[in-house]
Design a protein around this ligand. Structure first.
Ligand SMILES: C[S@@+](CC[C@H](N)C(=O)[O-])C[C@H]1O[C@@H](n2cnc3c(N)ncnc32)[C@H](O)[C@@H]1O
Length: 232
């Protein structure tokens, strides 16, 4: 795979280069996402869905993942439970979904989040809460890094399930799909959150749905799951 440029690295370039290499593609992706926006349930063949929850369900405290979306996540965990490869979550915030997954699997769960100090309101507290909430789970491995840095560090680790819930714009969602998807073994499942509520993630998701080596597997509004059927 030709490794795509890490948006997090492009952000650190000097001003002019950053404007051309990061800001422009970022804004273009968001604009294209808004102009071409289409709810994901109108982009997939519902007959192919193994798990389909038609309503979002109830809100869950401290996470934007709803009860309906969590059901798809748990089904994907159960479906892949016989696989021996590890799990990765990209974007862990306060650890609600990390702990939920860790409690429903014997596999190792890599929780990737830079929890970058003072980056935005609530992040410092989210880090503390995440540490407390996940510490009882011996199968959680916390990787305090950005998605791109963590993908480099874990590049030799095959994965059976990946939950992408980090930066919800086009360039980051597509980047996360490319780098993390390359670690997913055939038969494994990758899930994306916020594919209906964020125009950029929606655009990336529509592109991902067209990849021939993936088959749509599950859907609840704002969350989609795809099964890898072959290497690219
Ligand atoms: C939507 S929250 C994750 C929510 C979590 N999955 C849950 O449901 O509770 C997004 C998280 O992505 C993290 N994040 C920001 N930039 C990131 C990056 N470059 N790579 C990975 N995670 C990042 C943020 O720190 C934040 O905690």
């Amino acid at each position: 795979m030709i490794r795509p440029r890490d948006p997090n690295e492009l952000r650190k370039l000097p001003r002019l280069l950053r404007a051309v290499a990061w800001r422009l593609p970022l804004e273009f992706g968001e604009l294209l996402g808004k102009l071409s926006y289409k709810p994901i349930d109108r982009c997939l063949n519902k007959d192919k869905l193994v798990e389909h929850i038609s309503e979002r369900g109830e809100a869950i405290e401290e996470t934007a993942v709803t009860t309906g979306q969590r059901k798809v996540l748990f089904s994907a965990l159960a479906h892949t439970e016989k696989m021996s490869e590890d799990i990765a979550e990209i974007g862990a915030w306060r650890g609600i979904t990390t702990a939920a997954m860790a409690g429903h699997t014997v596999r190792r769960v890599y929780a990737i989040d830079p929890h970058k100090e003072n980056e935005f309101p609530g992040i410092n507290e989210a880090f503390e809460v995440f540490r407390k909430r996940t510490s009882p789970f011996s199968n959680v491995v916390y990787v305090r890094r950005s998605s791109g840095d963590a993908a480099k560090e874990l590049s030799y680790i095959p994965l059976s399930l990946i939950f992408v819930d980090a930066i919800h714009d086009y360039i980051n969602t597509w980047f996360d799909f490319r780098v993390w998807g390359s670690l997913l073994v055939p038969g494994g499942i990758i899930l994306f959150h916020d594919v209906d509520d964020h125009a950029g993630s929606n655009l990336a998701c529509r592109r991902i749905l067209r990849q021939k080596n993936y088959q749509v597997w599950g859907y609840c509004p704002n969350l989609v799951a795809l099964k890898k059927v072959a290497e690219a």
